[in-house]
Ligand binder design. Structure first.
Ligand code: ZN
Length: 227
C-alpha cells in the first residue's frame, strides 16, 4: 500500500510573502553554556552540528507528536533562521545577506533514546531527526526583525507557566558565525533552516500540553496531540 506523503513547505507571518520550498534543517548543539551544563556536557570548542531531513519539518498549526514507544520527548526552544540564498564557504557579509527570515521552533528530542545512543557511541538521528521533530513557527521576514539579531529574546510557556527563556546574546557562537561555519561544511540552499540551539530548561512534553512560543513581542501557539 502506498502512503500519501505531503511535501513540507515554510510559511510566513505575512501571508503575502513568497513561499519557499522546505529544505534540510541544520541544528546546533550546546550553543548555550547553561544548557550544556544541565545535561552534564562540556562546552564544545567549535559548533556541534547535526541535521534533520526536510521531512522532519512540521508546522505549528499541525500540533506535535512523536514515536511514543521510544520514551520521553523533550522540547528544545530555539531561534530559527531561514536561508534565502545559496551559501557555500560564505563570509560574514554573504551569510548576513542570505538570511530571509527569523522564527522560533522546537527541536524535539527523544531524550531516553538519545541517552542510549550517546552511551553506545551511535548517531543521534533516531532521537533527533524523526518525522515531525522540527516544529517551526511561521517566519518573520528579516525586514521586520530587529537587525541586531543577537538582541532577540525568545521563550516557551507550557500550560501558562514559563518553561524556557532564551537570550540570543548568550549564544556561544552567534548567528552569522554559525552560518559561516555551517556553510564551510554543508552548502546551504534557499529553504534550508538553521536551528541555533536551546537555552536551559528542556523538559518532557505531555499529551494535551498547550505551548506558546514567544519571539520578541510575537507569540505562536501549538499543542501536543492526544494519542
Ligand atoms: Zn537543539
Amino acid at each position: 500500500m502506498t502512503q500519501t506523503v505531503q511535501t513540507p513547505s515554510h510559511y510566513w507571518l505575512d501571508p503575502k510573502a513568497c513561499p519557499v520550498p522546505a529544505g534540510k534543517v541544520v541544528c546546533v548543539g550546546r550553543n548555550y553554556v547553561a544548557h550544556a551544563q544541565e545535561l552534564g556536557h562540556a562546552v564544545p570548542d567549535r559548533p556541534l552540528l547535526f541535521m534533520k531531513p526536510r521531512e522532519a519539518i512540521r508546522r505549528f498549526d499541525e500540533g506535535i507528536d512523536w514515536p511514543e514507544q521510544e520514551g520521553c520527548c523533550h522540547h528544545e526552544t530555539e531561534l530559527t533562521v531561514l536561508v534565502g540564498a545559496p551559501l557555500c564557504k560564505a563570509n560574514a557579509e554573504q551569510a548576513r545577506d542570505a538570511v530571509a527570515g527569523i522564527g522560533v521552533g522546537l527541536d524535539l528530542t527523544l531524550r531516553d533514546l538519545q541517552d542510549r545512543l550517546k552511551k553506545a557511541g551511535h548517531p543521534w538521528e533516531r532521537a533527533k531527526a524523526f518525522d515531525g521533530s522540527a516544529v517551526l513557527s511561521p517566519f518573520i521576514p528579516v525586514s521586520d526583525v530587529n537587525p541586531d539579531w543577537q538582541s532577540l529574546k525568545f521563550g516557551l510557556i507550557v500550560n501558562g507557566m514559563p518553561r524556557q527563556s532564551g537570550d540570543a546574546r548568550l549564544m556561544l557562537t552567534p548567528i552569522i558565525v554559525l552560518l559561516v561555519e555551517i556553510s564551510a561544511v554543508f552548502t546551504l540552499m534557499p529553504g534550508d533552516v538553521v536551528m541555533t540551539g536551546t537555552p536551559e530548561g528542556v523538559a518532557a512534553l505531555q499529551h494535551g500540553d498547550q505551548l506558546e512560543l514567544q519571539l520578541d513581542r510575537r507569540s505562536f501557539r501549538t499543542w501536543v496531540r492526544q494519542p
